[in-house]
Design a protein around this ligand. Structure first.
Ligand code: PLP
Length: 384
């Protein structure tokens, strides 16, 4: 894999580009062809076919993703959930057990709680902040441990650096969902994680115009996951590959702005008399602020908060906002606002949400790249 560029900003533009350039094209053209002339090789995965994720668009994107996240190889897929499910199904077979962070994205939570048993798989939720408790939940059949860099939607930062050594000492595969932090703010493979995965729908693409996923790790693991993805069929279309490739070129610029803007907005909200609490790891008041400072270059654009007036205050404030769009998803250039109880975490029972601390009144803000002052003024008028 060509990885001759040392710095992230350069890799985001140039890593993985075809050599020589195709017809001199500065961008990798879209290879909108389902199949390609047979070129020999003999193995199933040697055929070129979109579902096998091996068109020139896939190959360039895989190289770039591997370079920016410091892995040997990468694989994109048709959504974050396609990546998460094909990764877990590549690692786990019937009878196997998974340790998984309790506070995590609702879709991943639903996959475990609703679908795992049908495949003969089991799991236990762990407190990612308490490594001493993990060993007690191990079983002889435990195969992997799964965490999120910054958890959705409460922005918790677990004891992430404790995960790879724990996994190694117990023969487990360590997996991290790095969607919220992105490789601009941290590269968990450097801490020893085996696999880092993303909903590329979010920051990697950054423009809320495609759904995609990505996983980065060793060549051996990525090949295994690709074999599973070929069977499950969740490959990314070349046109979406092109858009993701284009979006990623500005990732570093966007993330630095998101980091700065979200921190200023979190500070504004924390000081506002109508706000009860703000969850953002960049705030000194966040219980794991020191850890976040040590682990991350910035804390990203996601924050959540609750108002003193509870649910009715949350609803009326959201109605009064002019700039943030009330919509699920996150990580785009535009600011989105949502109540996780109605969107990302609506699949969880009210009791499960309560246990995890996700109240009905919790508001999640994905800070975009609009002028920070405009967002603060808008939040101020809606709160006042
Ligand atoms: N991981 C995280 C942290 C997410 O927030 C999401 C979606 O919101 C996903 C994974 C799933 O991604 P997708 O919607 O692209 O399937």
């Amino acid at each position: 894999m060509p990885n001759e560029f040392k710095r992230l900003e350069t890799m985001l533009i140039h890593a993985g580009e075809p050599e020589p350039r195709i017809e001199g094209a500065v961008n990798v053209p879209i290879f909108q062809s389902a199949t390609f002339e047979y070129a020999g090789g003999g193995r199933y995965q040697d055929m070129k076919y979109i579902r096998l994720s091996n068109t020139p668009n896939h190959i360039a994107l895989h190289r770039r993703l591997a370079a920016i996240e410091h892995g040997e190889a990468a694989l994109v897929s048709a959504s974050g959930m396609a990546t998460i499910s094909s990764t877990l199904f590549a690692i786990l077979s019937a009878g196997d057990h998974l340790l998984v962070q309790d506070n995590l994205y609702g879709g991943t939570h639903d996959l475990l709680t609703r679908d795992f048993s049908g495949f003969g798989l089991s799991y236990d939720f762990i407190d990612a902040d308490d490594p001493c408790s993990w060993e007690r939940q191990l079983r002889p059949t435990t195969k992997a441990i799964y965490v999120e860099t910054i958890s959705n939607p409460l922005m918790q930062v677990g004891d992430l650096k404790a995960v790879p050594p724990f996994a190694k000492s117990h023969g487990l595969i360590s997996i991290i969902d790095n969607t919220f932090a992105t490789p601009v703010n941290c590269t968990p493979l450097d801490w020893g994680f085996d696999l880092s995965l993303h909903s590329a729908t979010k920051y990697l693409n950054g423009h809320s115009d495609i759904v995609a996923g990505a996983v980065i790790g060793s060549t051996q693991w990525i090949e295994k996951i690709n074999l599973k993805l070929m069977h499950l069929g969740g490959s990314l279309d070349p046109h979406a590959c092109f858009l993701l490739d284009r979006g990623m070129k500005t990732l570093a610029l966007r993330m630095r702005y998101h980091n700065e803007s979200a921190l200023r907005i979190a500070r504004f909200l924390e000081e506002h008399p109508r706000v009860a609490r703000v969850h953002y790891p960049g705030l000194e008041s966040h219980p794991r602020h020191e850890r976040a400072r040590e682990l991350f270059a910035g804390c990203g654009g996601m924050l959540s908060f609750e108002l003193k007036g509870g649910l009715s205050a949350a609803e009326s404030m959201m109605r009064r906002l002019r700039l943030p769009i009330i919509a699920p998803s996150l990580g785009g250039v535009e600011t989105l606002i949502t109540r996780p109880a109605l969107t990302s975490h609506s699949g969880l029972s009210a009791e499960d949400r309560r246990k995890l601390g996700i109240s009905d009144a919790l508001i999640r803000l994905s800070v975009g790249i609009e002028a920070t002052e405009d967002l603060i003024e808008d939040l101020a008028q809606a709160l006042d």
